[in-house]
Design a protein around this ligand. Structure first.
Ligand code: SAM
Length: 326
């Protein structure tokens, strides 16, 4: 996955303004703070404009890839749904609307709730370079999600990589509140760690108990069949730009962004039959798919002799619906 060219250019332009202050240490400190916020003893992860620019250059490609993948899965389940409005809670530099407009060009407006002024500033600067008017014209609202905030309900509501920055009770309250603001689809995304998945699972159980319909990734609304120490997560490979590599002091030209998520709808949904949980394992003459289905977890062997199915399975990626539409 690569950022769309207008977003990549925007990130490069904005980051170059901060290049001399954004030494590799800045990106590392921001990552460290995200990895272990308790050790750093405060709940605001990005402080200076250099921190925010480092976030945009090093974390935004990964969170963009996760958002876009989840939205693509939801679109696959609801192909005739075309949202016009979006609400993004904890929008950061606006990653959500950049991803959403790639999947749903029908979007016309977006309200971004964010508490860090520097994020809002950089989000606005990035947005100026966007081709899609919904990104350019997004409305930013400086908001603490733990306060009594107000916003208009929206067709598409998202909270990505933000609930883990709140306490457990606050996260649940936020999810409930966002669900009330959702006219179409709510997407919650967390890091693809056992802790991130546990958080998603708790919110899933809660929202399903209030009548939400599961859109993705689960092909059912029953209790999750995955048992610890396994956990449900997906992964997207992200190409690293030169700036990204320099700031992360990274050798590899790519990184794998792991995420757990759940998407819910108020509309009636026909979920997919099954979803691919791991990268297909290819053997001589056949391959194996690890699936989550309406009847639980299952392994499926696809022989090379089933030409069309084999080709579809070989090209399938983790998170894709199965059988493939093809
Ligand atoms: C890891 S970033 C994710 C940003 C964006 N959603 C993305 O996926 O790239 C989390 C964002 O949530 C914001 N945030 C955390 N707690 C918040 C709160 N209580 N109110 C509003 N925003 C908050 C942070 O300032 C940060 O911009």
């Amino acid at each position: 996955m690569q950022l769309p060219s207008d977003l990549q250019q925007a990130v490069t332009n904005v980051s170059e303004l901060w290049t001399d202050r954004m030494m590799p240490g800045t990106a590392r400190e921001v990552s460290d703070r995200y990895r272990d916020k308790r050790r750093h003893g405060d709940d605001v992860m990005v402080h200076s404009d250099a921190d925010v620019a480092a976030y945009a250059a090093t974390r935004m490609p990964g969170t963009y890839a996760a958002l876009r993948a989840c939205m693509t899965h939801a679109h696959g389940v609801m192909p005739s749904w075309h949202p016009e409005s979006m609400l993004d809670a904890g929008a950061g530099p606006g990653t959500g609307i950049w991803a959403a407009t790639q999947v749903w060009p029908s979007l016309r407006n977006c309200c971004q709730l964010e508490r860090v002024e520097g994020m809002i500033r950089i989000g606005r600067e990035l947005g100026v370079h966007a081709e899609h008017p919904a990104v350019r014209n997004a409305v930013w609202q400086e908001t603490d999600l733990r306060s009594d905030w107000q916003a208009e309900p929206a067709d598409l509501v998202a909270a990505s990589y933000v609930i883990n920055e709140l306490g457990e009770a606050e996260g649940l309250l936020l999810a409930e509140r966002l669900w009330k603001m959702t006219k179409g689809v709510l997407i919650l995304i967390e890091p693809g760690t056992p802790a991130g998945w546990t958080r998603i699972l708790r919110l899933r159980d809660h929202l399903l108990s209030t009548g939400a319909e599961m859109v993705a990734p689960c092909p059912h609304s029953r209790p999750c069949p995955v048992e610890a120490p396994d956990w449900c997560h997906f992964s997207e490979r992200v190409n690293r730009s030169r700036l990204h590599r320099r700031l992360k002091e990274a050798e590899l030209a790519h990184e794998d962004e792991k995420f757990s998520y759940a998407a819910f709808s108020r509309l009636q949904v026909q979920p997919c039959d099954a979803r691919i949980r791991r990268h297909p394992m290819i053997y001589s003459g056949y391959l194996r798919l690890s699936l989550c289905t309406g009847d639980g977890l299952r392994e499926e062997t696809v022989a090379r002799s089933r030409k069309e199915a084999y080709r579809a399975a070989r090209d399938a990626r983790i998170g894709d619906a199965w059988p493939a539409d093809a």
